[in-house]
Design a protein around this ligand. Structure first.
Ligand code: XCC
Ligand code: SF4
Length: 642
């Protein structure tokens, strides 16, 4: 049996350390333990050199050593590694595209009066319709919403042209590069199907062409996944505005019925929040003081951004929410849901409730979600949780005390509302001036996950702190945002982490937002909301009439585990933004692939940096990573002549 890490090695969060000790003392296994048990990892797979694409294999090859240099079909190391990367990209892009499609279908049903949602942000609806060049004259709100939904669904159907959301949101200078390379997606499903075929045995065997296929997956992810989802969710549920919430396991309340919502799509969880309010009195009849909804992963991010719902846990510690013994139900939708939650729940009274027909867990309860019957599903779920309260064993309840206050809700619209108080005609100008005069040295999007193999939060928090110290403004999404919230970078106390000029600017801007200061890390939302940092950069690039690749902006994904984070990173790079990953992306088996991804434009051969103006930076040490990101920011500043 492998030796388990000490709790202090697993997370820098003392509440997580404590709950891990509780879990172990009760004989409950979590992802942290399983990461230790599976620590002997296959060297072929780790380098991208194991191929299972056909029944001649699996083929494991050794390009530089004594073993076979090609698979049975003749595929070499470069092809194998490029294919295995594309495989990962297909997974990432499919996840986000499917998210976008689900929301588009729900918007269509809403517009047709078949689903119990309302259009909460008519302004955003009109803005999106205008951006898509849709005819709006004389149309009712529902008619416009229907036209927007149909335009969205067309991005999964059309057979020629370019995806509508790329026409709408894609920056024209980036578009020129994609079009010239012939990689601009036509429709998400078509591109995904093409990528699957080119990756099969006997398909594409040109590693550089395969890498361009990966970039297309990044664009599918970015436009049919991220932008489309953020836009339509804003229309349905409102564009986020500044909001307060609390973070940590301590947001669970012993006296209340606790329901965790987990996954990514807010369609059902928004309804659960509604029904928790409607059924509040019923909770009193079973002896609880109320119903407490808490968020996990990105469903958590969606709800905190729009409703101020408290957040309990990021990805890697999701099972520990159940170990508190105070959770009546964990409701999951899609993605990042560990099957392990069911085993943990079986040691408690917690009911795991799956809700999507294609994401079930053996042993869990399934309450099917369809937009038409969203109210019925939400009501049933909340009622189940109320019934489960009586089964709770008070002797098993351990909720760590305390939580951290955080400010979130920083959509581009919210940021511009603040800066417009300084310059009403040109709301971006105060930010541009600050970048030009160096008050802001650069902007970094700290995004992505937590990973049970990595010490939780250390990478995310260290990269952010190192950059803030150097006056780099941080925007954040996903589980990385959970890390930054927990460690105080979303409240006034976080200002001590900032360099002087950034601190002064955040104080100045804060006054216009009714706060003593803006938080040093601006929470922009869930992973699909990685559309928002790009929208911000796109608007700044337009204002300056330069490509996005000229801006002193970087992305960093210090603790990723998910293929989705790699596609998001690729989408950033396709716009010319450098991206750091702090976890091995498993491409080391090919010098060609590694060089193409990580090389600079000055290097020999084709590189991402040369083609798009942004490259991949692989650095496990977060302090060193921040230093490299600063160097890249400074290079871009010099090119921009500031
Ligand atoms: Fe999943 Fe979005 Fe990663 Fe968190 S950040 S572990 S992908 S929940 Ni997207
Ligand atoms: Fe082996 Fe080629 Fe089949 Fe892959 S596709 S398993 S390398 S024969």
């Amino acid at each position: 049996m492998a030796k388990l890490r000490e709790p202090e090695e697993v997370s820098m969060d003392t509440q997580i350390q404590h709950m891990l000790t509780v879990a172990r003392s009760r004989g409950i296994e979590t992802a942290f333990d399983r990461a230790d048990q599976t620590s002997a990892r296959c060297p072929f797979g780790s380098a991208g050199l194991c191929c299972r694409s056909c029944l001649e294999g699996p083929c494991r090859i050794v390009p530089n050593g004594s073993g076979p240099r090609r698979g049975v079909c003749g595929a070499d190391a470069d092809t194998l590694v490029a294919r295995s990367l594309l495989n990962t990209m297909i997974q990432g892009a499919s996840g986000h595209a499917e998210h976008g499609r689900e929301v588009a279908a729900a918007l269509l049903k809403t517009a047709e009066g078949k689903a119990p949602y309302v259009i909460r942000d008519v302004g955003k609806l009109m803005q999106v319709a205008k951006g898509l060049n849709l005819e709006m004259e004389g149309k009712s709100i529902n008619e416009v919403a229907k036209a927007v939904a149909l335009a969205a669904l067309e991005d999964f159907q059309k057979h020629e042209g370019v995806m509508n959301w790329i026409e709408y949101r894609g920056h024209h200078k980036s578009r020129e590069i994609w079009d010239k390379l012939g990689i601009t997606p036509v429709n998400a499903h078509l591109e995904i199907a093409k990528a699957v075929t080119r990756n099969a045995m006997g398909g594409d065997a040109d590693p550089l062409n395969l890498l361009l296929g990966s970039v297309t997956m990044g664009l599918v992810d970015g436009y049919s996944g991220l932008h489309l989802s953020s836009d339509l969710q804003d229309i349905l549920f409102g564009t986020p505005k500044a909001v307060k919430f609390n973070y940590s396991l301590g947001v669970l309340d012993e006296k209340q019925i606790n329901i965790a919502v987990h996954g990514h799509i807010p369609l059902l969880s928004e309804k659960i929040v509604e029904w928790a309010q409607i059924l509040e009195r019923k909770a009193l009849t079973v002896g609880a003081e109320g119903i407490n909804i808490v968020g996990v992963c990105c469903t958590g991010n969606e709800l905190l951004m729009r409703q101020g719902v408290h957040a309990a846990s990021s990805f890697s510690s999701q099972e520990l929410v159940i170990v508190t013994g105070a959770l009546e139900a964990m409701v999951v939708d899609i993605q990042c849901i560990m099957p392990g939650i069911q085993q943990v729940a079986e040691c408690y009274h917690t009911e795991i409730i799956t809700t999507m027909p294609h994401v079930k867990i053996a042993g869990a309860t399934h309450v099917n979600f369809e937009p038409e019957y969203a109210d019925d599903a939400a009501r049933e779920i909340v009622e189940r949780a109320i019934r489960n309260f009586a089964k709770r064993d008070p002797a098993k309840v351990v909720i760590p005390g305390g939580s951290v206050e955080a400010h979130a809700g920083f959509s581009v619209e919210q940021i511009c509302e603040v800066t417009a108080k300084i310059n009403a005609d040109k709301p971006l100008q105060p930010l541009i001036d600050a970048i030009k005069n160096g008050a802001i040295r650069g902007v970094a999007a700290v995004i992505g996950c937590t990973n049970p193999r990595e010490p939780q939060d250390i990478g995310n928090v260290t990269v952010a702190r190192e950059l803030l110290k150097n006056n780099v403004l941080i925007v954040t999404t996903g589980c990385a945002a959970h890390s930054l919230a927990k460690f105080g970078l979303m409240n006034e106390g976080g200002l001590e982490a900032c360099g002087d000029s950034l601190k002064a600017l955040l104080r100045q801007l804060g006054q216009h937002a009714g706060l003593s200061a803006l938080p040093p890390a601006l929470h922009m939302g869930s992973c699909v909301d990685n559309s928002r940092p790009l929208d911000l950069l796109s608007a700044i690039a337009d204002e300056l009439d330069v490509p996005i690749s000229s801006l002193p902006a970087v992305g960093s994904c210090p603790e990723t585990h998910s293929p989705k984070a790699l596609t998001i990173g690729t989408y950033f790079m396709a716009h010319g933004v450098d991206v750091h990953v702090g976890v091995d992306p498993q491409v080391s088996g090919s010098n060609l692939v590694t060089r193409t991804l990580t090389g600079s434009r000055e290097d020999k051969g084709i590189t991402m940096d040369g083609l798009f103006g942004g490259k991949l930076i692989v650095e496990i040490d977060p302090v060193k990573a921040a230093a490299v990101l600063l160097e890249r920011i400074d290079i871009k500043r010099r090119t921009l002549g500031i």
